[in-house]
Write a protein that binds this ligand. Structure first.
Ligand code: KIV
Ligand code: ZN
Length: 532
């Protein structure tokens, strides 16, 4: 490969997908994932077949350390990466969290722009160079796989950037990541920066150039792809583009751009594209961050044709208006598949067809027997009410279920509400002490239900946000309620799915309470970058 032509020698270059949903993605305002939620996402990222999972920033909290350790221990296949500042304590903690990983990477970062070096790090550029050099060498005792980043490259002096990354390679970094931390770069400009780094810094050595772009001006995907055209072989990204401020490059966008335009980019990823939609849904559900309907690839409308001319064209020949088909990203037109007469075997079959990994059938299962039994009962109940059950219904059922221990379970619910009556709710719960019933009034039917539940559970968190969404189609659609509650210093996301929206609301409240009781809430620590 000549140093000035990154794309000619190997026509189909492999582009590594470095997923940072669990680290940068979790830095989205309002998002706090607990350990079991992070593990669930990590297992799904493995099914998606990402190359690297950035699992967290272990020095920031015990919780983050625990998450990284559990992921390192349990998730095999992808490289597991942990973030650290240029500080021995950070690096030690990252290395400790990664101890049980099959393949580990330490990602060390500093700052490249003058404004960050001066005001945030309070150092001179020379000190940044010296400290980074020392810390990369220090980290090499733990792993040979070291990634190095200088934040805010696109507002930095290019000469300093080249110097910083030359030093990083000399010190032993094997991947150099070029972050546009504040989403300032223009695509061509960033592409040219990558090319200069490829020519002048990497200069023919076996070092991966990585992109890490933020979407402040809506250009993160364009920048990442411009980087690929100019020699980058790794893209850092998150599902649904979540992340700090306006978010990061969206994984599903870059993957499908490279897939759909392989003719142009002459590059491919190893992503199992049929897992994209399911992964997007999972991340949206667990983070509580909705996906906008017109979002590329995974948005509700991404494959919907509204205009008569378009519909006519697609019916005659799909390619008239479709550049990729829904099945490739794991979406299906709603097919009626199941009903109230369907048995357990058909139910299991349908789950497998939709891509869920069942215990006993795959080594990497997401649904154990107990979960399947609970889901089957809920499926039967839903089939009794709806008649026919679509793939979307089944997905909503599975995705509305998780492995949180059900200390309290909803058995029955009655609500009286209207324009001229005080809303009143009666709920019956299955509790560790047997069935209990309580009634309460409230400002509205949901408020009354929440009070009645809390009268029984004796847990009364503060409701911070409430969102309802129809997750399937039609008048008998399933409604999904996502709430965010605060309990002391902790924050929990609760989710409930049912055809009745008051019941969905009750299930979401109970889901949050059961997590609080299981100690599965996460205290998101505000973390300020101190001078290392
Ligand atoms: O945006 C950024 O610069 C980062 C670094 C830690 C890579 O997230
Ligand atoms: Zn970032």
């Amino acid at each position: 490969m000549t140093s000035s032509d990154p794309t000619t020698t190997n026509p189909m270059r492999h582009i590594k997908i470095f997923d940072t949903t669990l680290r940068d993605g979790e830095q989205s305002p309002g998002v706090a994932l607990n350990t079991s939620q992070k593990l669930e996402i990590a297992h799904q990222l493995k099914r998606l077949n990402v190359d690297i999972i950035e699992a967290g920033f272990p020095i920031t909290s015990e919780g983050d350390f625990d998450c990284v350790s559990r992921i390192a221990k349990e998730v095999r296949g992808p490289v597991i990466c942990a973030l650290a500042r240029t500080n021995p304590k950070d690096i030690d903690r990252a290395a400790q969290a990664l101890e049980q990983a099959e393949k580990s990477r330490i990602h060390i970062f500093t700052s490249a722009s003058k404004v960050q070096i001066q005001y945030m790090l309070r150092k001179t550029p020379e000190e940044v160079l010296e400290l980074s050099d020392k810390m990369i060498r220090y980290a090499r005792q733990f792993t040979d796989d070291i990634e190095f980043s200088g934040q805010d490259v696109m507002r930095a002096d290019p000469e300093f950037v080249f110097q910083l990354y030359k030093m990083a390679i000399e010190a032993g970094a094997t991947t150099i990541n070029i972050p546009d931390t504040v989403g300032y770069g223009a695509p061509l400009e960033y592409g040219m920066m990558i090319k200069r780094i490829y020519d002048q810094v990497v200069a023919g050595r076996n070092i991966a150039i990585s992109t890490h772009c933020h979407d402040d001006l809506g250009m993160a995907t364009a920048l990442s792809l411009a980087a690929v055209e100019n020699g980058a072989s790794q893209i850092e990204c998150t599902l649904n583009g979540i992340g700090e401020r306006a978010g990061n490059t969206a994984l599903e966008e870059v993957v499908m751009a490279l897939h759909t335009r392989a003719d142009y980019y002459q590059a491919k990823t190893q992503i199992h594209t049929r897992e994209l939609y399911r992964t997007s849904r999972l991340v949206s559900r667990l983070t509580g961050m909705i996906v906008q309907p017109n979002k590329a690839v995974v948005g509700e409308n991404a494959f919907a044709h509204e205009s008569g001319i378009h519909q006519d064209g697609v019916l005659k020949h799909k390619e008239t208006y479709e550049i990729m088909n829904a099945e490739i990203v794991g979406r299906q037109a709603a097919v009626m598949v199941m009903g109230k007469h369907s048995g357990r075997a058909a139910f299991r079959d349908a789950l497998t067809r939709l891509g869920y990994a069942l215990e006993g059938e795959t080594p990497d299962s997401s649904l154990n027997e107990e979960a399947i039994n609970v889901l089957f009962v809920r499926f039967k109940d839903l089939a009794d009410r709806k008649g026919q059950i679509s793939d979307e219904d089944l997905r909503a059922l599975v995705e509305g279920h998780d492995s949180v221990k059900e200390t309290f379970a909803l058995e029955d619910l009655q609500v009286l509400s209207g324009m001229r009556v005080t809303p009143m709710a009666t709920v019956r719960l299955v509790t560790p002490e047997g069935t209990q019933q309580a009634a309460a009034t409230g400002d509205g039917p949901v408020d009354a239900v929440y009070s009645a539940i809390s009268n029984i559970t004796k847990i009364n968190p503060t409701l911070e946000s409430y969102r309802i969404e129809a997750v399937t189609r039609g008048g008998d659609a399933l409604g999904e309620v996502t709430i965010s509650v605060r309990y002391g210093e902790s924050k929990v996301t609760g989710i409930g799915v049912a055809t009745d929206i008051v019941e969905s609301s009750a299930r979401a409240w109970l889901h949050a309470i059961n997590q609080i009781l299981a100690g599965q809430m996460k205290t998101k620590q505000d973390f300020t970058l101190e001078t290392p």
